[in-house]
Design a protein around this ligand. Sequence first.
Ligand code: ADP
Ligand code: MG
Length: 625
Amino acid sequence: MAKKQFKAESKKLMDMMINSIYTHKEIFLRELISNASDALDKLYFRSLTDDSITLARSDYQIKLSIDKGKRVLTIEDNGIGMTAEELENNLGTIAKSGSLDFKKENKADDMSIIGQFGVGFYSAFMVSDNVSVRSLAYGQDQAYCWTSKGVDGYTIEPCIKDTVGTKITLHIKDDTEDENYSDFLEQYTIMGLVKKYSDFIRYPIRMMWETNRLKEGTENEYEKVLEERTLNSMIPLWKKSKSEISAEEYNSFYKDQFGDWEEPAKVIHTKVEGNATYTALLYIPKRAPYDYYSKNFEKGLQLYSSGVMIMEKCADLIPDYFSFVKGLVDSEDLSLNISREMLQHDRQLKIMATNIERKIKNELLSMMKNDREAYEEFFKAFGTQIKFGMYEDFGANKDKLADLVMFTSSFEKKPVTLAEYVDRCKEGQNTIYYACGETVDKIDLLPQAEQVKDKGYEILYLTDNVDEFALQILASYKDKTFTNISNENLNLDTEEEKQALEIVNTENRDMLEAMEDALDNSVTAVRFTNRLKSHPVCLVSEGMLSLEMEKILKQMPNATDAKAEIVMEINKDHPIAEKLKELYDTDKEKLDKYSKILYAQARLIEGLTVDNPTELSNMICDLMV
Ligand code: ADP
Ligand code: MG
């Protein structure tokens, strides 16, 4: 029989089809299995109206087999098969999809035809140098065999095949320097690919599995045993209705699919119809994976179309601040591109992403309300990411996320939300007080906290680097602003206290200036304060940049020399105040030393370093002897 040319004319196009549209060669198996599944769907659909089809639903299957010696991989189905004409039309014409036509002609619920572009089949040539398709169409007596070595063309000839269906035989290419094609002749590779892409094909995908077993009656003699295995799990859990799925099933599905050994903290299963129709099965893990806060971590949800995996990690489905969410989205109406690896345009994807984000937030809020303990655990694991989300993108998402964040409160040292803080604000309190430091205990001892606590205000203790940046960008919550208790002016003094303080500061202006000179521009001012009760000294900052922020910015890889404007404040009622005044009158040199020591102490309290520890130590020693 004469060789015929491909109808799409140019061999170049064929070559492109084979070698350029797919990024991963391994997807050929996904494509051929999908075709087999479509063929089974079609026969099943026919059987609904055709009594002569006696195959039971459970007999529909896809069979794989490997012959390493011959370098052959076969994919066989007992589906509808192809006539000579169909072989010609479907496999001889690029971009002709018999399956899409079938879907258009027949509308049925219980069918999930995958094919649509009419190119997937040619992906077989990415890994094989000879492909033959033997097929007996349902209702025909004569089987036909389509054979091709790739771009040069194909032949169709009658052949012998007793059972209805299609058997595709791939002769696997020889290995090259770049590509180890032999891998596709390994049973573990094939099983892995089925699991990865075709796990939820609704028909069993079976293969003869080879194992070595101890020969009976011997102690060290092994024999090869072949037994049939079903490689796919078939049931897309998410397609069942929620009421049919047990917690156990949800959890073990999570562990299997997403490689966690712990149960998830929360399962979110949602079916949406409307602007975008999809099912999402999402999980919030209990713990952050070890690489979560590293740049190796890749976010994303699995994306399925008709039960076939299209993308392993679709990043666009999930915002960065919810990147800890694992799961999958399945949608029948995605506009896939021709390789079915990517989406054509992302309008539907955007709608889905927006819905998913809203859903996750609502689920987190309900968890906060109904299972506080679990929420606190969750926030311990992933709170930093959410606070980053507030700060990122110039605060574009801050308002969405503000309801979800928690900080340790000075009351009872327990995590509280911003809403809870605001709810118990004192009358007339129009700001939310916070303090920063390395640990809750250290912050609790800050001299600056004394007056605020004394007056009965609650303080949020910020221990994460990102915290203060997040609150500053948030600027306010329910009309309350945020104030760092180390800010220069907290306005907590009564009128009387204010006046008394002003007098002390004016009377001792010269002495304070002498101290400023001694500190040589390290601070913008030295002054007396009411904010300290038992402690002698503290640092406060003027302007937006706090000491804590300065510290963090300094640690960043692209460190700036942004400096906080700091004021050294001295407790006007502490004995040290009298001592300083006395030194100003009697011993100016000693006043210099005292100023430096006080400043160094205040820096240490803040967790800052001292510029010249040797000088400090010597000065203290001088006072000791
Ligand atoms: P698509 O699946 O997108 O339609 P393919 O290139 O994968 O495109 O397949 C082209 C056509 O060949 C299919 O639409 C179908 O009509 C036919 N076909 C492929 N494989 C089989 C098979 N195993 N059994 C029956 N028909 C098949
Ligand atoms: Mg196909």
